[in-house]
Design a protein around this ligand. Sequence first.
Ligand SMILES: Cc1cc2nc3c(=O)[nH]c(=O)nc-3n(C[C@H](O)[C@H](O)[C@H](O)COP(=O)(O)O)c2cc1C
Length: 137
Amino acid sequence: MIGVVYWSGTGNTAAMAEAIGKGIAEAGQEVVVKSVSEISVDEAAAFDKIALGCADMGAEQLEEMEFEPFYTELEGKLSGKKVVLFGSYGWGGTWLDDWAERVKGAGATIVADNLAVLGAPEDEADCVALGKALAEA
Ligand SMILES: Cc1cc2nc3c(=O)[nH]c(=O)nc-3n(C[C@H](O)[C@H](O)[C@H](O)COP(=O)(O)O)c2cc1C
């Protein structure tokens, strides 16, 4: 079972999450797609492969009220896991690079390039491909 866990304020990162889930399913793997409000840290930490998504918020940061505390707790449980990162942004787009350093520092492996999408994902192909890459990693 592969997890796709995300935070999305206006639906763009949520749409990415669904398309990533589709790619995982197309690769023949079982997948659970949940927003952070629908899953506990321990449930998320049970996946060996996990796609983590968060919109670019604050000043090139993870959303700080809900996702940052969730991720901070999850970070201590990421060692040895295979991870991909994704999210939607509005004008900057550097937050995933900083986040990737944290994920690697936690001992996880990032198995495909971060996927940042400006606004809404008009073409889901990149998201589907990211899901497949995680499924096949
Ligand atoms: C409070 C707030 C802060 C934001 N800060 C940034 C930012 O620092 N850099 C950026 O590129 N976009 C920023 N954005 C834009 C969002 O990342 C963008 O609208 C994105 O598509 C939202 O994705 P979502 O629909 O998954 O919430 C911000 C949006 C809001 C509401």
